[in-house]
Structures are given as C-alpha cells and as structure tokens.
Ligand binder design. Structure first.
Ligand SMILES: Cc1ncc(COP(=O)(O)O)c(C=O)c1O
Length: 379
C-alpha cells in the first residue's frame, strides 16, 4: 500500500488531539486569567500556583500538592526526595514514555525493567517479585493511557519488601482504582500537564502529590534549588518551579476536567461498541475507572491500518514503538530483544486512534467506518 495522504472530503485532517478547537471554548476565561497574571507582576510560584496545588491535591485526595516544571521533573524530584541515587535500583515498566526510565537514570540509580500484563499493558506485579535485589529501593508504577495498574498487589509487594512507590500518573489524571484516584495510593504521585494531556497547560508544567509531610517539605525545597530560606541551601536541588501563567491556564481548564474526561469515556464507549468483536480494545475493569488519555486498539495489521487511516485523512499514533529496554540510551543496562516478550509484541501491535473531548460524533463515526471498512477488505 502506498502513502497517499488526502484530505477526507468531509472534514479537515482529523488530528490525534485538537487543541485549537478546545481553545474556541475557553479563550475568553483564559484571556481574562492571563491578563490578571500579567497585571499582578508575580510570575513564578505565586497565588495561582498555590491555588492550583490545593485544588489538585484535593481532587486527587492527598494532603499536599506541589507545582513543578514538568512531569519528568516531578518523577526526578520524587526519587530525590526518597533519597534514591547511585547504587539503588528502581523497578519499572519498559512499556512507557521514555521519561519514566530517564528520571531513574538522571538521579544516578539503575532502572530495572519487568514485563507488562497482556490485558492492560501495565507493569505485571508478579514479575516485580522476581526482579527484587538487595538494592531495590522503589517501584515506579505507570498508569498507561489512563488505565490504572494493579495497585493492590503492587502496594502489598512494596510493604512486604519495604519499598517506596512512585505513581507515574502523567497520563492518568482522574483515573480511579478501588474508589481512589491514582496518585494518592503510593508514596508520591506525579502528573504532567504537557499540552496534549487530559489536563494540559500551554507549555510545560507538572505537579507532585503526597500525603507525607516530610516528602512535601523535601520536594518543596528541592524544586527551588534545595532552599527553604532565600539564599540558604540545605541540599543540591533543581530549578523546577511552576509559573503563574501556566497555573492560571490550568485553573481555568481544571473546571472542565471532569466533563472532558466523561467525553473521552463516551467516545471510548462508542469505539468499543464498534470494535470489540473485531480486535482487542482497552478493557473496562471492575473497580477501575479508565480516563482514556489514549484509546489503543491491538491488531496484526497495525501498520497497514495506520496507512489506510492516513490515506483517509485520519491521524493515528504508535505509543510506543520501542520499549525502554531496547532504547539506545539504555544499552548500558545490557538488555536484549526477547527479555520482555509481551512489551515487545505489544509495541508492534498497538495503534492509538484520535480521542479528545471536542471530537464530534460525525468524526467519530467516520473514524469507526474507516476502520471497519479496512477490516472488511483486509480481514
Ligand atoms: C508516562 C509518562 N511519564 C512521564 C512523562 C513526562 O512528562 P513531561 O512531558 O511533562 O515531562 C509523560 C509525558 O509525556 C508520560 O506520558
């Protein structure tokens, strides 16, 4: 099949996420909020950041929230606050965005990967036990695409082996597990507000949540050059502060969050009703509430379908084509192809379809019929 990108006749190219369409809805309150920040003369770690920290902590169900520069820093600051560094091992999934493993390496610790579950594509708790050594200090759990990982089993392993748990909830704001929001279950929860996330800023932004005062105090200091008092530095920290402009934008967008997550779930429901007899779709699991940051389908002819969608004016994406253990940057860890067969297989089979709150029913129908037509002709 040849790449023959044409605009579909009915719509413009359908993107993975349409932030311009969303802006039409929120432009006025955003402009008003921005203008107040400009007039305030306070641009970093001010009143808006504090308000956002309180609001998100309350939403997630934790005592503390701390605005930081991005999700990657949220992970790195969390590891630092837990005193994790050279000589320590941190267990995580190889099937995630690079930043999860990168943060572990950035603090000088060793990322240790274990395979994922077939069902959810999240870390398989039973494999964690096999990877434990005397150097294991923590687990970073990723709630991939907005689907919660098996937190009960993971927390039990952590308690038994005296490990700390960081939740990488960068793709999972609002996701629930057993009635609790993810991010509030482990020691620390990390969020990214990268523009395309379910709650996205207009630039880089992130947040850390925790129930532990001591961790809150450490991260509060670490995000600001390890200082509690101006020009007095008790540790080597980072410059990872959230600015008022991003916080003001996020405060406006936060008021739409639950409605937008419901819309994502509605679209997911329609996709699932249309596709579940054709190929594997994201599972809806009892006691877990998926937020569909991504909607990924699993099929043999993934690449052919992606091409067909492109040819019909529909974007799709592969998250992620190369698992972390096979990334060049992690060659020094000496993993090989075949080490994590599920992650490797899934990397060749998943395709993410457009899902975002402003995706119209007509466009959803067009995506559904294009996928179905492809399968009828190629199944
Ligand atoms: C699972 C995961 N972890 C970490 C990050 C890093 O977040 P950021 O891009 O805000 O640094 C992202 C976001 O891209 C992510 O999806």
């Amino acid at each position: 099949m040849e790449l023959n990108r044409v605009s579909n006749s009915r719509f413009n190219q359908i993107p993975m996420v349409d932030l311009k369409e969303e802006l039409k809805l929120i432009r006025d309150p955003i402009s008003e909020a921005l203008s107040k920040v400009l007039d305030s003369g306070q641009y970093i770690l001010g009143e808006k950041v504090e308000k956002l920290e309180k609001l998100i902590a309350q939403y997630i169900g934790t005592s503390y929230g701390l605005g930081v520069a991005n999700g990657t820093d949220a992970l790195q600051l969390s590891l630092k606050a837990l005193n994790i560094g050279p000589g320590d091992e941190v267990i995580t999934t190889p099937f995630t965005f690079f930043a999860t493993g990168e943060a572990i390496a950035q603090v000088g610790a060793k990322p240790v990967f274990v395979d994922i579950e077939d069902e959810t594509y999240n870390i398989d708790p039973f494999q964690i036990v096999d990877a434990l050594t005397e150097n294991t200090k923590a687990i970073i759990v990723v709630h991939l695409y907005g689907q919660a990982a098996k937190m009960k089993e993971i927390m039990e392993i952590a308690q038994t082996h005296n490990l700390r748990v960081i939740e990488d909830a960068c793709q999972a704001i609002g996701t629930e597990y057993d009635g609790k929001k993810v991010g509030a279950i482990g020691d620390i929860g990390c969020f990214s507000f990268f523009p395309s996330k379910s709650l996205g800023a207009f630039g880089d932004a992130g947040l850390v949540v925790t129930n532990q005062k001591i961790l809150y105090e450490k991260i509060n200091s670490l995000r600001n050059h390890g200082s509690e008092k101006k020009y007095h530095h008790s540790s080597i920290g980072m410059n990872s502060r959230l600015d008022e402009i991003q916080a003001a934008i996020l405060l406006v967008k936060f008021s739409y969050l639950d409605t937008f997550l419901d819309k994502r779930r509605d679209i997911a429901r329609r996709y699932t009703e249309s596709f579940n007899s054709l190929f594997k779709v994201p599972p809806i699991i009892e006691n877990r509430k998926h937020t569909f940051h991504q909607y990924c389908i699993e099929l043999d002819s993934r690449d052919e379908l992606a091409l067909e969608l492109t040819n019909n004016g529909i974007d799709s994406a592969i998250y992620y084509p190369v698992p972390l253990h096979l990334q060049k940057a992690f060659q020094y860890l000496h993993y090989e192809e075949g080490n994590f067969p599920i992650a490797e297989r899934i990397a060749n089979r998943l395709l993410a379809l457009p899902i975002f709150p402003m995706l119209s029913v007509q466009k959803q129908d067009y995506i559904i019929s294009t996928v179905k037509n492809f399968l009828e002709n190629n199944g």
